[in-house]
Design a protein. Structure first.
Length: 329
């Protein structure tokens, strides 16, 4: 009898573990802000929309490490209301003024289109701060590439493209639904931005023939107030920078691709795995979950990670994680 009870306990332990490692977050506070039907209504671009030229007062910004989305390229823009400024005092997110718009446009430069090989615009994701809360939504570009319409549902777009290595891919790119956006951007009961943290913005950018620190450039333009000296803000490595260590590159990859869910306030909160870059290895749970990380990032299917935003494997990213994980053994 005791042996049967012992066997039942052993069989039941995995379910107890799963339940203990996943917390149901509070429901996101209701935000009644509605996004306009047409992307053009937000005043992000000037001239022909498909030129992606930022309108007056709209700034391009770059990140050191970026989200992998089926090899799509991205343009990141921020529209700060006139007379307002970002306030940054550390490695985390800046304090954004009311009315801020963050826009990220996904496209493929080397796609087969009805005009031959050229740029194919897929979607523009929007975060709008109003009444102190962020609203998330996605705009789908039409076939004529002369505009984008808000669509809260998830849709698929056929894309035939070549990546940086010259490999060709034929995919059905999946534009996320509004619920998908909320899932990734959820922090406790709020929606927040993911990428533009101080440590991910603290990098050099090219202005003409010169390189300048991006935060210093934003400050000189009157768009940013630095609460601390630039030397007090950390730098997230570029995970594609081969001069950086495999450890730092892999942790940066997990910070931008995984940590938005795997953190104490994320949707996939797990006590056994915290993937923020600055969490010490011994506290991250990476060593305990190393086989799971390799298996779930290295194959597509029901258990693939990340769960949202990819339909094909990031070969280079998977190999980087594999190198890092095997180095821990």
């Amino acid at each position: 009898m005791r042996s049967k009870i012992f066997i039942l306990i052993i069989l039941f332990l995995p379910f107890v573990y799963i339940l203990s490692c996943n917390r149901q977050n509070k429901a996101i506070e209701n935000n009644t802000t509605l996004l306009p039907r047409s992307l053009s209504s937000l005043g992000i671009f000037k001239g022909q929309p498909d030129s992606l030229l930022p309108a007056q007062g709209v700034e391009v910004y770059e990140l050191s490490s970026t989200l992998f989305t089926d090899y799509a390229e991205k343009q990141r823009l921020i529209k700060i209301p006139a007379g307002k400024k970002l306030k940054l005092s550390g490695d985390g997110l800046p304090e954004f003024p009311e009315g801020t718009i963050l826009a990220k446009t996904f496209f493929y430069s080397h796609a087969k289109t009805n005009k031959g090989i050229g740029r194919q615009l897929i979607e523009t994701r929007i975060l709008l701060l109003k009444n102190g809360k962020w609203t998330a939504g996605t705009y789908k570009w039409n076939q004529h590439q002369d505009g984008a319409i808000y669509d809260p549902a998830s849709t698929e777009v056929a894309v035939d493209f070549s990546d940086k290595q010259g490999d060709t891919h034929q995919i059905k790119y999946r534009i996320p639904s509004k619920q998908d956006c909320m899932s990734c951007h959820q922090s406790a009961n709020q929606i927040i931005p993911i990428g533009p943290k101080g440590m991910n913005l603290n990098r050099e950018i090219r202005i003409g023939d010169n390189k300048i620190n991006q935060l210093i450039e934003l400050q000189s333009k009157g768009k940013l107030i630095l609460g601390k000296g630039i030397d007090k803000i950390s730098r997230l490595p570029d995970y594609e920078d081969l001069h950086a260590s495999v450890e730092h590159r892999a942790r940066a990859y997990m910070e931008i691709n995984c940590a938005h869910c795997h953190n104490p306030n994320g949707l996939a909160y797990r006590q056994s795995i915290l993937l923020n870059y600055q969490v010490p290895l011994k506290q991250s749970g990476i060593e305990f979950n190393k086989n799971n990380i390799i298996d779930r990032t290295g194959s597509m299917g029901q258990f693939h990670m990340p769960k949202i935003g990819t339909t094909i494997l990031d070969k280079q990213g998977v190999e980087l994680l594999r190198k890092y994980i095997t180095s821990l053994q």
